[in-house]
Design a protein around this ligand. Structure first.
Ligand code: MLT
Length: 245
C-alpha cells in the first residue's frame, strides 16, 4: 500500500486516480458526515454547488430529506442545518438523507469521486479508517485534506498523519511522497493537544469568531465513532456495512 498526502484537493494529480481516496475535513464536514451517519442518517449526498443541492433535494420526499449548507463557516439561508456536527443528533437525522454543501469538504469529495473507494475520515473515526485500509490494502491511497479555498489546513494534515502513523508502524504502507512523513510528524507533535492545535489553525480561529468553540472540542476527539462513511455512488456516502457487522 503506497500512501500519498495532499494538503488540498487542488494539489491532487489530475492525470491519475487512486485505488482509495480518503477525504479529510476535520473542521467540520467529514466530522459532520461521520456523526450524522452514526446518528442514523440514511445517507449524506455531497454537492459543490448550492443550486445543485436545492435542485436534487427537491426531488426527494420532504419528510425524508434535510438540506445542510455552510459557507465561510456559517449556515446557508434556506437550509435546515449548517455544518456543526453537534446539530446532527438522532432525533434530527434518523432515516433522512442529508443534502450537504460546504465551503471545501464537499468539493474535496467531488474532486475524488471517480476513485473506486472514497472514504470520509476525521479524527473522530480515525481508527475505523485505519482498519479499513489495513483490511483492504488498496495499492494506492490518497489522503486528501480539504484545506481552505486552496490553502493548507493544520487540522486536516494532522489527521492525515494520525491515519498514516499506525500504518507506518505496522509496516503496511510506504510513503508515496514526503508529505506523508511531515504529516506524521505534525500529528505526533500535537496528538495529545489537538484542541490547542485547532486554536492555532486559521479555520479554527474562524470558527472561534463564530462562537463554535464546542465544535473544536468535539472535532478533536479521536476514535470515538466506529463508523466508516464510504461512497456508494458518486457523491453519496453511507456507512460501510462491513464495519457495522
Ligand atoms: C469546509 O468545508 O471548509 C468546512 O467544513 C467548513 C466548516 O467549518 O463548516
Amino acid at each position: 500500500m503506497k500512501l500519498f498526502v495532499y494538503h488540498t484537493p487542488e494539489s491532487t494529480p489530475t492525470d491519475c486516480t487512486p485505488d482509495c481516496a480518503v477525504v479529510i475535513d476535520v473542521l467540520r464536514a467529514t466530522t459532520t458526515i461521520a456523526t450524522a451517519l452514526a446518528a442514523g442518517a440514511e445517507a449524506v449526498q455531497a454537492f459543490s454547488e448550492l443550486d445543485h443541492l436545492f435542485a436534487a433535494s427537491e426531488a426527494w420526499p420532504a419528510p425524508k430529506r434535510l438540506r445542510a449548507g455552510e459557507r465561510g463557516g456559517a449556515k446557508v439561508e434556506g437550509c435546515d442545518l449548517g455544518n456543526s456536527p453537534l446539530d446532527y443528533t438522532r432525533d434530527v437525522v434518523l432515516g433522512k438523507r442529508l443534502f450537504l454543501s460546504t465551503t471545501n469538504g464537499t468539493r474535496a469529495l467531488q474532486r475524488v469521486a471517480a476513485a473506486p473507494a472514497v472514504i470520509a475520515a476525521a479524527q473522530i473515526n480515525r481508527d475505523a479508517t485505519v482498519n479499513y485500509l489495513q483490511q483492504h490494502q488498496p495499492a494506492v491511497v490518497w489522503l486528501v485534506g480539504s484545506g481552505w479555498q486552496g490553502g493548507y489546513s493544520l487540522e486536516d494534515t494532522a489527521c492525515a498523519g494520525a491515519i498514516a502513523a499506525p500504518l507506518l508502524v505496522a509496516g503496511s504502507m510506504e510513503a508515496g511522497n514526503d508529505e506523508v512523513i511531515a504529516a506524521i510528524s505534525l500529528y505526533q507533535q500535537w496528538q495529545g493537544q489537538l484542541v490547542a492545535l485547532y486554536h492555532h489553525a486559521s479555520h479554527g480561529q474562524r470558527l472561534l469568531r463564530l462562537n463554535c468553540e464546542a465544535d473544536l472540542d468535539y472535532c478533536a476527539q479521536t476514535d470515538t465513532l466506529d463508523v466508516l462513511p464510504i461512497q456508494q455512488e458518486p457523491g453519496v456516502s453511507q456507512l460501510d456495512s462491513a464495519v457495522l457487522a
